[in-house]
Design a protein around this ligand. Structure first.
Ligand code: PLP
Length: 225
């Protein structure tokens, strides 16, 4: 894998309104550094332990994105340094992020994860749950979080029409929310959708942030067990 070429080529072809999050889960620090040396700063991890380990070792101007399922009891470990949490899937989790934001004297940026796939295993809110949350004005009390938009993952399938339909659905939820009166700390600016296999389609359907791992770094480096 030529990480330098992969990331440079990918970014050259991205529209200016789209941010690339380079997903480094299971990849060694050396690979993160290789991407970093091209000038890239946004990196994503899906496990708390791996994110905090890499944060300790790697340059401090990296913007770390938490993209994987997050348990409330682990928020405290990433609260000091996380740049954006993509995977907020409950009010309880948002409340805990707020609490840890307050403790760390900062406001933590978040995305609400929306359930768009068929699979049971993909976490997230339904549109109606987000609307209820917003109408109850619940986020407004959480002064140490800022909701910046939505994140979604399409069904893992070869069926492109199905994936496109799910992206369209997420974009339409995003647009409907954007048209509403939102709490002061809720904004619809960021739409995180698209991975290695489907990011071109996601951009086509309105994504502003893509999360790409294997197309840059190759196969994931699962530890031998
Ligand atoms: C692993 C992962 C990605 C990146 O997947 P690739 O197919 O390797 O690009 C994106 N989003 C989430 C939430 C992930 O866990």
């Amino acid at each position: 894998m030529n990480i330098n070429n992969n990331i440079t080529n990918l970014k050259q072809n991205l529209p200016h309104h789209v941010t690339l999050v380079a997903v480094t889960k299971t990849q060694p620090e050396a690979s993160v550094l290789e991407a970093y040396q091209t000038g890239h700063r946004d990196f994503g991890e899906n496990k708390v332990q791996e994110l905090t380990r890499k944060y300790e070792i790697l340059p401090k101007d990296i913007r770390w994105h938490m993209i994987g399922h997050l348990q409330s009891n682990k928020v405290k470990y990433i609260a000091p340094m996380v740049h954006l949490i993509h995977s907020v899937d409950s009010l309880k989790l948002l409340q805990e992020i707020n609490k840890q934001g307050a403790k760390n004297n900062r406001t933590i940026d978040c995305l609400l994860q929306v359930h768009i796939a068929d699979e049971e295993t993909k976490f997230g809110f339904d549109e109606s749950e987000i609307i209820t949350l917003i109408q109850a004005d619940q986020p407004a009390q959480l002064t140490h979080v800022r909701v910046r938009g939505l994140m979604g993952m399409a069904t893992f399938t070869e069926n492109e029409a199905k994936v496109r339909k799910e992206f369209k659905k997420l974009k339409s939820i995003f647009d409907r929310l954007k048209a509403q009166r939102l709490p002061e700390n809720v904004h619809m600016e960021v739409l995180s959708m698209g991975m290695s296999g489907d990011y071109a389609m996601a951009i086509d359907e309105g994504s502003t942030m893509i999360r790409v791992g294997s197309a840059i770094f190759g196969e994931r480096q699962y530890p031998a067990s």
